[in-house]
Design a protein around this ligand. Structure first.
Ligand code: GUN
Length: 293
C-alpha cells in the first residue's frame, strides 16, 4: 500500500482563504482583527517564523504589528510591552515568540498575556477551558491544526485508538485533550507515550492514528505502524546531508518512505503540519476578535 498524502500546504491555504473572506466581510462593519507578534533576540528560526506570521496576517487582510527587541531586553520591559498590547483595542491576538532569552521567565510572560488575546492558547485559562470543553477556548495552533487535518480529510477519530508520542505542553498534552473532547474531531481513545513508556513500539502498533511529536528524527519506523493507520508527523528536525548545498535537510519524527508504504494516510515534512500552525494562528486571531466585539 502507498499512503494517501495529507497536504498541509493546500489545507493551510484553504483555511487562510476562509479567514480572509470573513475578515473582508467584517471590514464592511469597520472591524479589523489585529495580531501582535513579539520577538526578542536574533534566533534565525524565530525570525523566519515571525516573518511568515506577518506575511500570513497581511494576506488575510488583518492588522499586523511586529515588536522586535534585542536579546538583552530586561524582563520588566517585556512585561510592559505585553501590558501595553493587552490594553491596545486594535490588537486582538498577542504572540510572544518562544524560546525567550534565558534571563526571562517564560512562564511569567505567558501568564501576563490577557487570556482573551492569547492566540497561542498557552495561558492556564485557555488550557483549562480546553480541558473542560469550553468552545471559547483559544486552542494551541499546532494540535488544533492537526485536528483540522483529520476532520477535513475524512479521518474518523470517533472510537479510534489515537497514540500521541510526546507529552509537551505545546503539542502532546493539548493534542490529547482535543482528541478526547466530545464531537467531531474528538471522541478518540487516547494514549500518550513518552520517554518512560514501556514497550513504546507495541503501544504505537495498537494505533489507528499515530501523532509523532517528540523531536527525534525518523523515530517512528515502519515496524511500529499498523497497516492502514493514519500517521501525523509534527516533528521538524535538521539532519546533516553533505549532498545538498545547504549541508542539511529537514526530516520529521517519522521515517517517511517506509512508513508511507504501510500507512493509509500520512503527512509529509515539510508541507504537512507546519503550514497548518500559521493557518490556525490566523483562525485563532479571528476567533479572539469575534469573542470580544
Ligand atoms: N516557537 C515555536 N513554536 C511556537 C509557537 O507555536 N508559539 C510561540 N509563541 N512560539 C513558538
Amino acid at each position: 500500500m502507498s499512503a494517501r498524502i495529507i497536504d498541509g500546504v493546500a489545507l493551510g491555504k484553504t483555511i487562510r482563504q476562509e479567514v480572509a473572506a470573513e475578515v473582508a466581510a467584517l471590514k464592511g462593519r469597520g472591524v479589523v482583527p489585529g495580531l501582535a507578534v513579539v520577538l526578542v533576540g536574533e534566533n534565525p528560526a524565530s525570525k523566519a517564523y515571525v516573518g511568515s506570521k506577518e506575511k500570513a496576517c497581511l494576506e488575510a487582510g488583518m492588522h499586523s504589528v511586529k515588536v522586535q527587541r534585542p536579546e538583552t531586553l530586561p524582563e520588566a520591559d517585556l512585561l510592559a510591552i505585553v501590558d501595553q498590547l493587552n490594553h491596545d483595542p486594535a490588537i486582538h491576538g498577542i504572540l510572544v515568540q518562544l524560546p525567550l532569552p534565558k534571563h526571562i521567565n517564560t512562564e511569567k510572560v505567558l501568564l501576563r498575556i490577557n487570556p482573551a488575546k492569547d492566540v497561542d492558547g498557552f495561558h492556564p485559562v485557555n488550557v483549562g477551558k480546553l480541558v473542560i470543553g469550553d468552545p471559547t477556548a483559544l486552542r494551541p495552533c499546532t494540535p488544533w491544526g492537526v485536528i483540522q487535518m483529520l476532520l477535513r480529510n475524512g479521518i474518523e477519530t470517533r472510537g479510534a485508538n489515537a497514540v500521541i508520542i510526546g507529552r509537551s505542553t505545546i503539542v502532546g498534552k493539548p493534542m490529547a485533550n482535543l482528541l478526547i473532547q466530545t464531537g467531531p474531531g474528538g471522541d478518540a481513545t487516547v494514549t500518550v507515550c513518552h520517554s518512560k513508556t514501556r514497550d513504546l513500539p507495541a503501544v504505537v502498533r495498537g494505533a489507528d492514528i499515530v501523532i509523532a511529536a517528540i523531536g527525534k528524527a525518523e523515530f517512528v519506523t515502519a515496524d511500529m505502524v499498523r497497516p492502514g493507520a493514519t500517521v501525523i508527523d509534527v516533528g521538524i528536525n535538521r539532519v546533516d546531508d553533505p549532498s545538498v548545498p545547504k549541508g542539511y535537510r529537514l526530516v520529521g519524527d517519522v521515517a517517511y518512505g517506509p512508513v508511507a508504504e504501510k500507512a493509509a494516510a500520512i503527512t509529509p515534512v515539510p508541507g504537512g503540519v507546519g503550514p497548518m500552525t500559521i493557518a490556525m494562528l490566523m483562525a485563532n486571531t479571528l476567533q479572539a476578535m469575534k469573542q470580544v466585539v
